[in-house]
Design a protein around this ligand. Structure first.
Ligand code: B1M
Length: 747
């Protein structure tokens, strides 16, 4: 833990702070939020909030916000199992914790692969060892080789066993949160001790925009019941789960955070909490979060200022980066966000070591290099110490003009502490570095350091009786919690399946694409220029697309020709431009809007002629998963490309997928998952589709950041969409395939 000597950076003026505050209060009072837990709703209503009977939203008045802020502690002591490692969260202090939640690791061989429990153990050891890491962290990585249902037990155990610093706990629902409390109770000597001391911290993310989901609420209320601290972290991705304009996104963020403060303080007044921020922006070229960007950094700094304005301890930032490797990009992004977070007065910094790839990957080498970045930052914010003037004058007089200080006693007595001595930064003469040190790269130095630490680290001793009781508890709970589903798929012994798609059929089906226009007329004889219609779609010119489609119909062109030669031709170009990064997400959506305008005229006519839409596609985020930004993007792009899309939303149960398959009769069902803990649901659903004999006329596509083609193949999916444009391409192919199979069957 360290302190900054500088007054916190103010990226907002007083009037701007007041503006965001008032704006947020109006969001809370006039728009309201959804709390997906009946207990939370009850608590809020009892505290003075109002529920809209039509929308179910909770509206929070200013008086309740004010009284809740008054109840929340300004700072709190956060205890480790080693009392010497206790830290204070709040005031001028900066407490650092490592990266959190990544499903992948960048290993020491330089490969990106799924994280496992050995990785978790390794990062717990590195966190226990690291000098500038004060809190061991929580979900250091997601250990995908452990059963989803009980892996929280092994994770909390590893955090306790490998480090004696204050720790974070599990928050994935009530079961995991309660198990965490029970383990902490064993470690610290009973529930009463917990209620007096903050010993485990929970990370509560808001499902922006304006939703608190059930798992996070269950966890928050459990932590509050034991008076354990929580970080309340809105996750506004400006441009996706919040407005693209930063001041509006900031107001939304602030309103969401204040709503969490109200709930926490209404549930258990005086429970410590941290005003948090996980918000960032969306890079519109790719539709991906940009956590190392200057705008995300402004966002971070502004939220820190808002939280401090309320007198709360604040969390944000870290050494964040979107880089895929340990490289120059990771270096400059990490220093920008890390330094700005400290300068803007963060009290608790999660993700201070290891994160690359927009939170998706934890890098071993980056972990130790980020410690160096943190040391640089710490040294910088320590400021310049003013020495004694008389001593200085004497020193200078003694050396005199044209002298040197190298062999002076004053230099001897200060040189060890005067400057930070970097562990990795290379400051040698070029020749020395090249000839004597083998021109070793910083990444290689980091690799060697990780190997050295992991080979030598000895976890701090733990009372054998406490250890026995914890292990007994874990074994008991594992026996009680029955795994619901094994990731590889029930009953599959070899872990691999043959993909149902026969791609030769697909190529044959592809042969049909781009055939002559249905009415057989050569393109140059169309009464209305189809190239102009296609261009209107490419340009996202909705009025033109609307007018040209009407003109074409008025000129007696057949709807299929207008669709294929005008609208679809345009959207195909849009897909290519997007894939080549020549246009951005909003432009694709503008094109989709133009396409929709044309389709509005064609659809009824196509239906009347018995012509089916390009394809019917049912999509949803799987059960237990609330991430929908990517799924929404895929759905929008599919709609734009002319598919009839039924969007089942998030947290979609198997039953809901089955009901939609039954009623919509789609050719493709698409499933999205962003959590490694929910990916298994895809395998489970596919297995059910198989068992129910649905696969002959139904293809399954899967997608989401933690997935890969390999995983899709293993679970028997027909297609894997690596991004939205790819999903549209694959959907076209799969639909052609289903149609060709159906046609073959009927001849
Ligand atoms: Co969460 N989250 N999150 N999160 N979140 C991740 C996924 C995580 C990697 C971040 C981290 O902690 N390091 C981590 C997952 C770890 C794991 O796997 N176990 C994580 C975690 C831990 C969590 C919580 C558990 C947090 C907690 O502990 N407190 C919690 C769980 C909630 C739940 O689902 N039950 C949680 C919550 C949230 C928010 C709600 C706050 C928010 C989501 C808001 C929302 O969606 N409305 C959120 C966010 C924003 C993220 C990250 C930062 C960004 C996700 C995103 O929107 N990306 C994410 C880290 C990351 O991915 N970088 C993270 C942009 C989007 C356009 O990309 O969804 O990948 P993506 O979609 C792409 C492609 O994948 C593909 O096309 C899209 C466009 O190119 N694609 C498909 C997607 N679906 C497809 C389907 C297809 C085809 C292609 O066919 C059907």
């Amino acid at each position: 833990m360290f302190t900054s000597r500088f007054p916190p950076l103010r990226v907002l003026g007083d009037a701007q702070v007041e503006f965001i505050h008032r704006y947020s209060l109006r969001i809370l009072a006039e728009i309201g939020l959804v709390f997906r837990d009946p207990r939370a709703v009850e608590i809020l209503l009892a505290a003075g909030a109002r529920q809209d009977s039509t929308t179910g939203r909770i509206h929070i008045p200013e008086t309740l916000v004010r009284s809740s802020l008054e109840r929340a502690p300004r700072q709190f002591e956060f205890h480790g199992r080693n009392p010497a490692k206790t830290v204070v969260v709040g005031g001028d202090g900066v407490v650092c914790a490592p990266g959190y939640g990544s499903p992948f690791v960048l290993d020491l061989a330089g490969s990106r692969r799924t994280a496992n429990y050995q990785d978790f153990e390794n990062f717990a050891k590195l966190a226990g060892w690291a000098d500038v890491i004060d809190c061991t962290g929580g979900t250091l990585v997601e250990p995908q080789d452990l059963p989803v249902e009980n892996r929280h037990l092994d994770m909390v155990w590893s955090l306790i066993r490998n480090s004696d610093k204050p720790t974070m706990g599990s928050v994935v629902g009530e079961v995991a949160a309660r198990d965490t409390m029970r383990m902490m109770s064993i470690l610290f000597g009973g529930d009463d001790v917990l209620r007096e001391r903050a010993v485990v911290l929970g990370l509560i993310n808001v499902n922006s925009p304006l939703v608190y989901d059930s798992r996070m609420l269950e966890a928050m209320l459990t932590y509050a019941e034991y008076r354990q601290p929580v970080i309340i972290a809105p996750f506004v991705i400006a441009g996706a789960s919040g407005p693209i304009t930063l001041s509006d996104a900031l107001a939304q963020h602030n309103a969401e955070a204040l709503a969490g403060v109200v709930l926490c303080q209404s549930a258990s007044p005086g429970t410590p909490l941290i005003y948090g921020c996980a918000s960032a922006i969306l890079d519109m070229r790719f539709g991906s979060p940009a956590i190392g960007s200057p705008e995300a950094t402004q966002f971070v700094a502004a939220t820190l200022q808002m939280g401090r304005h309320y007198g709360l301890p604040v969390r944000a930032g870290g050494t964040l980066s979107d880089a895929k490797d340990v490289d120059v990009q990771s270096g400059y992004e990490k220093m920008l966000v890390g330094l700005a977070s400290v300068m803007a007065g963060a009290n608790f910094i999660l993700h201070m070591a290891g994160i690359v790839d927009s939170y998706l990957t934890m890098s071993y080498q980056s972990f130790v290099l980020d410690l160096e970045i943190t040391r640089f930052i710490r040294r910088f914010v320590e400021g310049i110490r003013m020495e004694d003037m008389e001593t200085g004058l004497k020193l200078l007089a003694g050396v005199g003009p044209a002298g040197n200080f190298l062999d002076n006693q004053h230099t001897f007595s200060h040189y060890e502490t005067a400057f930070l001595s970097p562990a990795f930064a290379e400051r040698n003469a070029y020749e020395t570095w090249q000839q004597d040190r083998g021109a070793i790269s910083i990444a290689e130095k980091a690799r060697q350091e990780v190997e050295r630490v992991l080979a030598q680290y000895v976890p701090p001793p733990l009372d054998p009786e406490v250890e026995r009781r914890l292990l007994e508890f874990i074994a008991g709970r594992k026996a009680e919690i029955q795994p619901e589903f094994v990731l590889e798929g029930k009953g599959k012994t070899d872990g691999a399946r043959v993909v149902a798609v026969d791609w030769r059929d697909l190529e044959a089906a592809d042969g049909g694409a781009g055939a002559a226009a249905p009415d057989g007329a050569p393109p140059d004889q169309y009464p209305v220029d189809m190239n102009a219609l296609a261009q209107s779609v490419i340009d996202g010119d909705t009025p033109a697309a609307d007018r040209l489609t009407r003109d074409a119909l008025a000129a007696d062109m057949i709807p299929e020709t207008i669709l294929e030669k005008g609208l679809i031709a345009g959207m195909t170009v849009v897909g290519v431009l997007f894939r080549n990064n020549e246009i951005f997400v909003p432009e694709v959506l503008m094109s989709a809007r133009a396409m929709k305008a044309g389709m509005a005229h064609l659809q009824p006519l196509l239906e009347a002629r018995g012509i089916e839409p390009i394809g019917k596609y049912v999509i949803g985020t799987v059960k237990g998963d609330l991430h929908d930004i990517g799924k929404n993007l895929v759905a929008m792009m599919l709609r734009g490309a002319g598919f009839e899309v039924t969007d089942l939303g998030v947290d979609t149960s198997l039953e809901k997928f089955l009901a939609a398959i039954d009623s919509v009769q789609p050719q493709v069902v698409g499933m999205s998952a962003l959590l490694t803990t929910t990916m298994g649901q895809m395998a489970r659903n596919i297995e059910a589709f198989d068992k129910l004999g649905l696969r002959e006329h139904l293809r399954v596509m899967v997608g989401g950041a933690p997935l890969s083609q390999d995983y899709a193949t293993r679970i028997g999916a027909d297609g894997y969409g690596k991004d939205a444009a790819d999903a549209v391409d694959k959907a076209h192919k799969l639909i052609r395939l289903v149609k060709s199979v159906s046609e073959k069957a009927s001849t």
